[in-house]
Design a protein around this ligand. Structure first.
Ligand code: GLU
Length: 320
C-alpha cells in the first residue's frame, strides 16, 4: 500500500490555540501510527490576515510538543514552496484547467448583495450563492468589468456528493443547496481556500486529511474539485472542536490560550500533550506524556464525536 501522507496546515493569522494543537496531535498520531510522513504547509493565502511571526511560532509550538514533520517549514522537500502565498502561479494553472472545462464564470455581486439575496445555509452561516451572475452575456461581463473586478465562481452540478469520513461516517450534500456556485478566486485576486487547499493537497500527494469538523461541510465541494482537477481524493478524518467553558469555539481572533501562554502558566509540553490526549479519549487520566507515548493507544474509535467542552481547571488560564 502507498505510504500515508498527512499534513499540518495552519493559517498564520494568530497563535495556534488549544483546538489547533488538539487537531495537530490527532493529525500526527493518525499519520505516524501508520508509518506515514507529514507535510507542514503554511496557509498564508490571505496575506493581509497572515503574519510571518505567527507561522514561525506555529513551527516552534509543534516542535515543542514533539509533533515533528518531514517536509515544509524549515525542512526542504520536493513539493515546495510550502507557503500558499508563493503558490499563486500554480493556483492560476489549476484555475485555467477549470476554465478550459467551461465551468468558471465572473461574479460581480457585492458582499452586501449576496447577504441580502440568500438565506444562510443552516448551521454554517455561509450564504448559499443564488446564481445571480451565472448567465451574464459576454457583453454584460465586459460592461461590468469596466467598473468592478469580478470574483470567479465554479459552476456546481445539480448533484449530491457523498463520502465516508473516517470519523463521522457517511456524509452527503446536494451542492446547489449546500453551497451553490462557490468562489475560486476573490475579486482582489486572492485564490479561495477551497481551490488552494485541494490543489495543494493534490500536488503534494497528501493521502490523509485530519482537521476540525468546522470544515466537514466544505469537504463535498473539495471532492468536486479533486474530481475536476484530476487528483485522487485523500481520506478525510474530521475531529471534534474544543469549546471554551462557556461553549464558544476557540478562535485565534479571540486570543484563546496559546502554547506560550500555557507554558508561562507552568505547564510543561508533556502536560499539554497528556491533557490533550485525555480529551481525545486516549488516556484515562491527564498524565504527562509525549506524542510517541500515545501512539500505542491511538484509535479513532476512542476519540469523541461531539465537540469537547474544556473541563474547568484542566488548562489553567483557559477560562476567562
Ligand atoms: N488552514 C486551515 C485552518 O487553519 C485548515 C485547512 C484544512 O485543514 O483544510 O483552519
Amino acid at each position: 500500500m502507498a505510504r500515508v501522507v498527512g499534513r499540518f496546515a495552519p493559517t498564520p493569522s494568530g497563535y495556534l490555540h488549544l483546538g489547533n494543537l488538539f487537531c495537530s496531535l490527532l493529525a500526527w498520531l493518525a499519520a505516524r501510527s501508520q508509518g506515514g510522513k507529514i507535510i507542514l504547509r503554511n496557509e498564508d493565502l490571505d496575506i493581509e490576515r497572515s503574519r510571518p511571526e505567527y507561522a514561525l511560532q506555529a513551527q516552534r509550538d509543534l516542535e515543542t510538543l514533539g509533533l515533528l514533520w518531514d517536509e515544509g517549514g524549515d525542512r526542504a522537500g520536493p513539493h515546495g514552496p510550502y507557503e500558499q502565498s508563493r503558490r499563486f502561479p500554480f493556483y492560476q494553472t489549476q484555475l485555467e484547467k477549470l476554465e478550459a472545462m467551461g465551468l468558471v464564470y465572473p461574479c460581480f455581486c457585492s458582499r452586501a448583495q449576496l447577504h441580502a439575496a440568500s438565506a444562510p445555509h443552516a448551521g454554517t452561516g455561509e450564504p448559499v450563492y443564488p446564481g445571480t451572475c451565472r448567465n451574464l452575456s459576454p457583453e454584460e461581463v465586459a460592461r461590468r468589468s469596466q467598473t468592478r473586478s469580478p470574483a470567479l465562481r465554479l459552476q456546481v452540478p445539480a448533484e449530491t456528493l457523498s463520502f465516508v469520513d473516517g470519523h463521522y461516517g457517511l456524509q452527503s450534500q446536494f451542492l446547489p443547496e449546500a453551497c451553490g456556485d462557490f468562489i475560486l478566486r476573490r475579486s482582489d485576486e486572492v485564490f479561495a481556500y477551497q481551490l488552494a487547499v485541494v490543489a495543494d493537497d493534490g500536488d503534494m500527494g497528501v493521502t490523509q486529511v485530519v482537521r476540525g469538523n468546522d470544515l466537514l461541510s466544505s469537504t463535498p465541494r473539495q471532492l468536486l474539485l479533486y474530481l475536476l482537477l484530476g487528483y485522487p481524493a485523500p481520506q478525510f478524518f474530521h475531529t471534534p472542536l474544543l469549546l471554551a467553558s462557556d461553549g464558544r469555539r476557540l478562535s485565534k481572533r479571540d486570543g484563546d490560550l496559546s502554547l506560550q501562554g500555557l507554558l508561562a502558566r507552568g505547564l510543561t509540553p508533556q502536560d499539554v500533550v497528556g491533557r490533550l490526549g485525555f480529551l481525545a479519549g486516549l488516556l484515562e487520566e491527564p498524565v504527562p506524556c509525549t506524542p510517541q507515548d500515545l501512539l500505542p493507544c491511538f484509535s479513532w474509535e476512542k476519540v469523541p464525536r461531539r465537540d469537547i467542552l474544556l473541563p474547568p481547571g484542566l488548562f489553567p488560564g483557559a477560562e476567562r
